[in-house]
Design a protein around this ligand. Structure first.
Ligand code: ATP
Ligand code: MG
Length: 557
């Protein structure tokens, strides 16, 4: 297909950006930012925002900065700052500068003082509950605080006191004096500053006691930095007028950052809130933020997801103005598509059983040439040893098989050993408990793969491993963390919804080809699924995580 034919139409934000650039808005500058709060690890939802913020800057010759929205020291930490940077880079994006909202604490403070002096902000000494009670409803006006009209001098003195440490947390807040009857609830004297003394800030320590709130700090930070398109998710639509209001109070030129909103990403069978993820980590429900069941970027990475697959997924779902739920099988589709042409296809047996080829010469050994990836010639070939004693998957043999069983059964049909010979089953041996220990077969030496005789067609092909061509490995079979599609919609305790079978650990036999594989290397286990080497692997102990099964078999369950 020609390049032009596959070019997708613009999303609504690209349309806005193209129009703004064409019209010369903000001197035809394009500047975005990705503004995570360093209070948790990034998840796939953030990846959607990252692909937008960084991607659009890239596409239109603009710049995207990374800004840590670090205005709440009680939940923030440098551990998160570091992981966020690592994950963005891993996804394949580069920022212009790294900024911190905490860099602007003094500037923000000075502007708040200016607002107080203009009679547009006041210190309220009511409790959070009292303030909430006075908010009113969207159809009934709120009640004005008894502190609303205190003198400017008193406000200035109290605001200064809010930052000395003598005022306890919750005893005072600074509020913008806007309109307690506004139909937009966010205009009903929003809180601009609150006191936090219980935690030191990860960058400013205990220098500040009063910290700015999101609505005030976010827009101002955008303005200080020169952001042109401040892109966020739909829940901020109702905040936009306040975002504009704060900026209008201080702007001294025509330049304005503008906020645009797109739909948040929600994915079935998982939770996408940092608070709930933190709970899963702290309670030990999962092994950490990078547990391969987590929808975090580091969890997906450990699971075997690639940056290309994640970006492809984000590209497929697109950006709209309607919230919804994306089926996780779409994400799984993207990783299968990405790994299919690159992962080496290897034999792995989860429940191996010995198979002896009775007419194969004792002590003979040969090597079978196998494509590393039949879809990709560049992946090359490898040699698999083959001899009289091999292993097959237990399920590929059945002693008393029904007529439509096409694999091995005594006196049954011929079966091809992949990349090797055609064999036929002659019998089996059992231990004293009746468990089958060995399967016996004969082979047809004229049917070696690649030879003239290999053209003979048989109904089925099975995988095998030579007894000297395999190593054992731990396989971790990960599944969905939750049993229901939308755990966030559940009113009760979300622990009720956890899938108790989300991790199954097994020992498997895998090809020696995997010896020395490194964390992050990908393989396709033939007929089973995609696997990646886990970082817990050690010399002599290989551990592999199931990234995804070969087919979407959840749908059948
Ligand atoms: P959480 O609710 O999980 O704590 P958050 O929105 O508070 O997430 P931030 O660190 O503030 O997380 O988010 C940084 C940016 O990522 C914001 O612009 C936010 O809109 C965006 N973002 C967060 N979650 C999603 C999501 N599920 N889909 C799309 N964008 C998201
Ligand atoms: Mg947030």
């Amino acid at each position: 297909m020609e390049e032009a034919a596959v070019k997708k139409s613009l999303n609504f934000i690209e349309e806005i950006v193209e129009k703004d650039l064409k019209e010369g808005k903000n001197d035809s500058r394009l500047q975005t930012r990705f503004p995570p709060e360093p209070n948790g690890y990034l998840h796939i939802g953030h990846a959607k925002a990252i692909c937008m913020d960084f991607g659009i800057a890239q596409r239109y010759g603009g710049i995207c900065n990374l800004r840590f929205d670090d205005t709440n020291p009680s939940k923030e930490d440098v551990e998160y700052v570091d992981s966020i940077q690592e994950d963005i880079k891993w996804l394949g994006f580069e920022w212009g500068n790294v900024y911190y909202a905490s860099d602007y604490f003094q500037q923000l403070w000075d502007l708040a003082v200016q607002l107080i002096k203009e009679g547009k902000a006041y210190v309220d000494e009511q409790s959070a509950e009292e303030i909430a009670k006075q908010k009113g409803t969207p159809t009934t006006p709120g009640i004005e605080s008894p502190y609303r009209n205190r003198p400017i001098e008193e406000n200035l003195a109290l605001f200064a006191k809010m930052n000395t440490g003598e005022v306890p947390e919750g005893a005072m807040v600074l509020r913008a004096k806007i309109d307690m009857a506004s139909p937009n609830m966010h205009f009903r004297d929003p809180i601009m500053y609150r006191i936090i003394t219980s935690h030191a800030h990860h960058r400013t320590g205990t220098e500040w006691k009063a910290y700015p709130m999101y609505d005030y700090a976010h827009g101002q930070s955008d303005y200080f930095e020169g952001v042109t398109h401040s892109i966020c998710t739909l829940e901020f639509v109702v905040h936009r007028p306040l975002y504009d209001w704060f900026i209008d109070q201080f702007a001294n030129s025509d330049y304005r950052p503008r906020q645009y909103e797109f739909n948040r990403l929600n994915i079935t069978y998982t939770v996408m809130s940092k608070r709930k993820m933190l709970q899963l980590v702290q309670e030990g429900v999962v092994a950490g933020w990078d547990d391969p069941r987590m929808p975090t970027i580091c969890g997906l990475r450990r699971r075997g997801y690639t940056p290309a697959a994640i970006r492809d997924f984000i590209d497929r779902i697109g950006y709209t103005k309607v919230d919804g739920m994306i089926d996780v099988s779409l994400l799984e589709h993207s990783i299968r598509e990405d790994l299919k042409p690159q992962a080496h296809r290897v034999s792995a047996l989860f429940d191996p059983i010995k198979l002896v080829i009775t007419n194969y010469p004792e002590g003979q050994k040969e090597y079978m040439t196998t494509d590393n990836n039949p879809d990709n010639e560049e992946a090359g070939t490898r040699q698999m040893p083959f001899s009289k004693e091999i292993y097959i998957e237990r399920g590929d043999f059945m002693e008393d098989a029904p007529k439509d069983f096409y694999r091995l059964t005594p006196g049954g049909r011929e079966v091809r050993l992949k990349s090797a010979y055609i064999i036929q089953c002659t019998g089996c041996e059992k231990d004293e408990n009746g468990n089958i220990t060995t399967v016996y077969c004969t082979y047809d030496p004229t049917t070696k793969s690649g030879s003239e005789g290999s053209k003979r067609k048989v109904k089925s092909t099975i995988n095998w491993l030579d007894k000297d061509g395999c190593i054992s490995a731990e396989v971790r079979l990960y599944d969905r963390l939750f049993k229901v599609e939308d755990p966030a919609a559940y009113d009760g305790d979300f622990h009720d919804l956890l899938n108790e079978n989300s991790l199954e650990v097994k020992t498997a036999l895998v090809e020696k080809h995997l010896e020395g594989a490194q964390p992050g290397d990908h393989f396709q286990f033939l007929k089973i699924g995609y696997f990646t080497v886990d970082k817990d692997s050690q010399d002599g102990k290989l551990i592999l995580n199931r990234t995804v099964s070969l087919k979407d078999n959840w749908a059948k369950k």
